[in-house]
Design a protein around this ligand. Sequence first.
Ligand SMILES: Cc1cc2nc3c(=O)[nH]c(=O)nc-3n(C[C@H](O)[C@H](O)[C@H](O)COP(=O)(O)OP(=O)(O)OC[C@H]3O[C@@H](n4cnc5c(N)ncnc54)[C@H](O)[C@@H]3O)c2cc1C
Length: 465
Amino acid sequence: MTTPTAYDVVVIGAGIVGSAIARELSGHQLSVALIEARNDVGDGTSKANTAILHTGFDAKPGTLESELVHRGYHLLSDYAEHTGIPVEHTGAILVAWDQEQLDALPDLKAKAEANGYQHCQIIDAAAVYADIPHLGPGALGGLTVPDESIICTWTVNLALATDAVNRGTVLLTDHRVDGVDIGPDTTTLHTTRGDVVGRWIVNAAGLGADLIDALFGYQRFTVTPRRGELIVYDKLARTLVNKIVLPVPTSRGKGVLVSPTIYGNVMLGPTSEDLHDRTATGTTEAGFDFLLSKGRALMPRLLDEEVTATYSGLRAAIDHGDYLIQADHAQHYLLVGGIRSTGLTAGMAVAEYVRDQLAEAGLVVTPKAALPDPPRMPNLGEAYPRPYQLPEAIETDPAYGRIVCFCERVTEGEIRDACHSVIPPTAVEGLRRRTRVMNGRCQAFFCGAEVQALFERETCQESRR
Ligand SMILES: Cc1cc2nc3c(=O)[nH]c(=O)nc-3n(C[C@H](O)[C@H](O)[C@H](O)COP(=O)(O)OP(=O)(O)OC[C@H]3O[C@@H](n4cnc5c(N)ncnc54)[C@H](O)[C@@H]3O)c2cc1C
């Protein structure tokens, strides 16, 4: 039996938060492993959210979450420009539907300012309807949030993980941590694929973070999976709404919104339901009915449009009002817990914070002299050119002119590229997130068989059907 290499840092969980941490740390003179229970990166909460790049205007001032969402917004906006992660700065309007909500708007504006966001304006009902003409009747006024934006959560996760690997991180998928042995100098993580040893362990396991925490002897928090179901409407609905339409937030979260998506659809959701089952990512009839009732009031015209898909994600809600990021100096262990409903935005700032916490705890964190350029990601955004629209690309490589998925206009060239990328998909599901293939109106009825065949050809995999 060979002794596993001891990494300087092992990060558990290859969602947005863990991938951002691995990327940040491997920009320094450290050996880093990123280990993930599933067979792909970004297959947990990070793949199924509302995909809004938050300004943090409505966070609780003074919290770590407020600080890191604010910082993360700027870091991710900048990173998106360098990597080609699609973002649309649509802006949002928070709509007041009754007098109580209208009266709450000045406090929300003040809160935004306390969170470092100075651009909110209170507007009257006429201005709300001028911006969102298809809004349902009864709006009394609103608060504008001009910098709230939509983004591709899949590309964020993949870009961060790819960057981490390019910088030297060793990515180990299919490695579920189920035990630990804490030694004087190193910790051995027992996983479903053998042991992984690290001098420092960072727990970014999302919904599983409290279970890993317990392996280190803690009982400081419990994760409650808080399900959010969403409905995605057809692209023909996209003309109905150009901005994110937000409700007045409550203590349970941000509420049900209507938003354009980066892929050219319109989204309604999410619900908010506390569960026990950490795997319950199915959608329900009750959730659907609830969203339809909300949608009917928010934007009745939307309900005339076709539904393309429904999905749900699980927020890692915890019994603690803020992010829980704490280093245990003695055990060389750092917890990143409770990154509930803002982790897509805050991930890169969480990574910086983790780096500083580790440095404070004594880890020598010296930047590498040179780093590879950030990866240039394939564009999945509807607002930017895609290969089928680029005659020069098609001329150089005719595979970009051969559309395989007609609903989403995905070409053979993009599928091939994804299969040969730094982190290739291990199943067709992963190909969806890398290309948009099979995500459209027909939900793979037309292209499913061809996509499967292409995937098998490009990855030399046996059919899993
Ligand atoms: C409905 C909904 C809407 C949201 N909307 C937004 C939004 O608009 N904007 C925003 O900024 N945020 C939003 N969020 C929050 C955001 O999606 C999350 O905060 C973020 O994705 C969390 O990333 P993560 O890396 O912590 O978790 P995850 O993506 O879940 O990653 C954790 C990883 O750890 C792995 N793991 C778990 N246990 C183990 C183990 N024992 N061994 C190895 N690996 C393990 C999991 O498989 C998983 O891949 C939303 C969330 C939901 C559910």
